[in-house]
Design a protein around this ligand. Structure first.
Ligand SMILES: Cc1cc2nc3c(=O)[nH]c(=O)nc-3n(C[C@H](O)[C@H](O)[C@H](O)COP(=O)(O)OP(=O)(O)OC[C@H]3O[C@@H](n4cnc5c(N)ncnc54)[C@H](O)[C@@H]3O)c2cc1C
Length: 569
């Protein structure tokens, strides 16, 4: 058993993990970045539309207010202030590192309109913004000599519950099945999003919430898990994302009767209302029999009036996606779309400096989280488009700075081989199991049922049903059997581990949604259609025990200058 010792172990090589790594490496600390993928395959690279900053505004107050209102007042206003105030410098930092953003006529960085924003704020590189940012920051990390531990799967958090202190992870080398310990004074989770628990989703296969489950299994909390964002425009059938940039550039939505139906739902903002509003409108039109296409189960996204030149110069990636997956030329034909599970507002709770909150009351020691897996609560109940790359870059850097600051005071905990036992047992059990269930079928059932019962619309009956379905799937997962018994690139084993994680955090999505008897942002209860500030202007903290039972508690929202108001667009 190899035990590698570091000052800092970072799990995740997307925009958040790499932003942190650069700060930590610059401070001269011994750091590794563990990633189950090659860093450049992290989902940050799939981001298309943009990254927000109030570049040409006197101050950032309007960006702050849009974000607070967009999040239906559940966001912590101090964290949102940090996000928006640091945005302009973050864009300039990325640009100085070498990210080539698209330009306006006068040579300044171009910005496009995005949903829920009162001004065009999304800086972009055509429609490959995430790829541009990720490649740039990866090159800089590599240049600085950041040590990458690629294609290693982190499977267990080393955590002492008595002192509430983390001291690294155990991980498996995917090429050989070798398990090793990465013992560190500080551990940062930057493991990204986790919408793969839904049947129709826009996420990469790797987005399975591993970091969240690793925390849950140590008795740590997850925050606001019921808030899952459904993006309005996934390609019909697959859910592959057609970025909001399409509507930002002027794209319109029509139902099967050729009505521009957003006039009814958001008379002022129309297609550029926040995502929760547009997704509900789409799904409602379809439910009322006004869908488009042969089966009336889609909506038209119309870009034909924009012209081929604009599409080729500003939306080339989207145009390729429509052509490759549906055989459609978006300059000539309308594109059938439908809402797709896209982004998760909840996650591992952190304070404003990215230290993990073990519970509503306590901070863990030596444990940090940043990026989509974390809940810094900057998005509240609904994230605005182009605020997430920003969150990953801003809070990734903050996490790095905090770790450097904390390093002196962190007590090292020395790991030994016994610390890898839990993860070794988990993999051995899966490899030796002789049941009659298959991971692929169980996962399909989880995804279909999550979409049906905990999707854009939910109610008590559907959520209670989903609670039972997840409990039954947990039981059946004990009887799973893998056909591949080897340890060499065993993707079946990896998928089984990931499925176990999906079951864990899905239980928290459903439990949070069931208890939250109101509608706010992306969480829409058909049986409680109104927001209820008196009872639910608060964060959910959820826990999971070894039997799969959930427990919830609640914590205050930090309100600043802006008192909750009705949210109209
Ligand atoms: C299709 C798409 C388009 C998007 N477009 C935009 C946009 O235009 N603007 C915007 O602001 N946001 C957008 N988003 C959201 C945004 O891209 C993400 O929220 C953000 O990039 C997340 O960055 P991250 O660093 O937290 O995670 P990621 O980039 O997802 O990286 C996660 C990392 O964790 C590693 N990892 C995970 N589990 C393990 C494990 N068990 N062991 C080892 N390593 C592990 C992975 O290998 C990976 O390196 C989009 C998202 C999608 C899916």
């Amino acid at each position: 058993m190899n035990i590698y010792r570091y000052d800092v172990a970072i799990v995740g090589a997307g925009l958040a993990g790499l932003s942190a790594a650069i700060e930590i490496k610059k401070a001269g600390l011994k750091t590794c970045v563990i990633s189950k993928l090659h860093p450049l395959r992290s989902h940050s690279g799939a981001a298309q539309g943009g990254i927000n900053a109030a570049l040409n505004e006197a101050d950032t107050r309007s960006h702050e207010f849009d974000t607070i209102k967009g999040g239906d007042y559940l966001g912590d206003q101090d964290a949102i202030k940090t996000l928006c105030q640091k945005a302009p410098a973050t864009i300039r930092r990325l640009e100085k590192m070498g990210a080539v953003f698209s330009r306006a006529e006068d040579g300044s960085i171009a910005q496009r309109a995005f949903g829920g924003q009162s001004k065009p704020r999304a800086c972009y590189a055509k429609d490959r913004t995430g790829l541009t940012c990720l490649q740039t920051i990866y090159e800089q990390a590599d240049r600085l000599g950041v040590e990458f531990v690629e294609e290693w799967f982190a499977g267990d958090l080393l955590y002492d519950p008595l002192s509430r202190a983390a001291y690294g992870v155990s991980a498996m080398k995917l090429a050989t099945g070798e398990i090793a310990i990465f013992n560190a004074k500080a551990t940062l989770f930057a493991t990204g999003g986790y919408a793969r628990c839904y049947a129709i989703n826009s996420n990469a296969h790797a987005n399975t919430g591993d970091g969240l489950s690793l925390c849950l299994r140590k008795g740590l909390a997850l925050e606001d898990m019921e808030f899952v964002q459904f993006h309005p425009t996934g390609l019909a059938g697959s859910g592959i994302l057609i970025s909001e940039a399409a509507r930002g550039e002027g794209g319109r939505l029509y139902n099967g009767l050729n009505e521009r139906f957003m006039e009814k739902y958001a008379p002022q903002k129309l297609e550029l209302a926040p995502r929760d509003v547009v997704s509900r409108a789409i799904e409602r039109e379809i439910a009322l029999g006004r869908g488009a296409g042969e089966n009336k189960d889609a909506i038209w996204l119309d870009l034909t009036h924009l012209g081929g030149d604009l599409i080729a110069s500003k939306l080339p990636e989207l145009s390729d996606l429509a052509r490759s997956f549906l055989g459609i030329d978006m300059a000539v034909d309308r594109v059938p779309i439908r809402a797709t599970a896209h982004y998760s507002m909840g996650g591992i709770p952190v304070d404003n400096d990215c230290r993990v909150r073990a519970s509503a009351a306590f901070i863990a020691s030596g444990l940090y989280a940043a990026g989509e897996c974390a809940c810094a609560s900057v998005h509240g109940a609904n994230r605005l488009g182009a605020n997430s790359l920003l969150e990953a870059a801003v809070f990734g850097q903050i996490a790095g700075e905090t770790i450097v600051k904390d390093m002196r005071d962190l007590e090292p905990i020395k790991a030994d081989a016994a610390d890898a036992q839990g993860f070794a047992d988990e993999t051995r059990k899966l490899l030796n199991s002789r049941g009659d269930e298959s991971v692929a079928f169980l996962r399909e059932e989880l995804q279909q049922s999550m979409s049906a019962n905990a999707g854009v619309f939910r109610d008590r009956v559907s959520l209670e049903k989903q609670t039972e379905i997840i409990a039954a799937l947990r039981d059946r997962f004990l009887r799973v059997s893998l056909r591949d018994k080897s340890r060499v690139f065993n993707t079946e084993l990896q998928e089984a581990l990931e499925f176990g994680h999906m079951l864990d955090y899905s239980a928290l999505i459903v439990a949070g949604a069931l208890k939250r008897e109101e509608s706010r942002g992306a969480h829409y209860r058909a049986d409680f259609p109104n927001r209820n500030d008196a009872a639910f202007l608060r964060h959910t903290f959820g826990y999971l025990d070894a039997e799969g039972k959930t427990r919830l508690e609640y914590a205050d929202v930090t309100i600043g200058e802006y008192q909750p108001e009705a949210r109209e667009y």
